[in-house]
Design a protein around this ligand. Structure first.
Ligand code: SF4
Length: 98
């Protein structure tokens, strides 16, 4: 099955490279990202290396007015990496399981 790489830019930072299987294309609305507290910030805080603390990125998320949209977006796609909506990949994985 063919795949397409899509790079999403969160504010001005790259937040994810997604590989999508070919199939019906679903147009997503990312306009909420214009209001992101992380807009224009670097990627380091939101993509900590394995084992690195996630606290600083999550603190920024606490102040974000689009936190819930961000969290839901990340929960909807297990391929999304990094901190989204104040959650880490592991936290989202646990939420999907329960
Ligand atoms: S919740 Fe966090 S990662 Fe999501 S847009 Fe807001 S600041 Fe950025």
């Amino acid at each position: 099955m063919a795949s397409h790489a899509i790079r999403i830019v969160h504010g001005k930072r790259i937040i994810s490279d997604l590989s999508l299987r070919s199939g019906p294309y679903v147009k997503r609305d990312y306009s909420w990202m214009d209001k992101a507290a992380c807009k224009g910030m670097g990627t380091d805080l939101f993509f900590p290396a394995c084992g690195e603390p996630t606290r600083k990125g999550k603190l920024i998320c606490r102040t974000c007015q689009v936190k819930e949209q961000c969290r839901q977006e990340a929960l909807s796609d297990p391929s999304i990496r990094g901190i989204w909506g104040g959650t880490s990949e592991e936290e989202r994985r646990n939420t999907r399981v329960h």
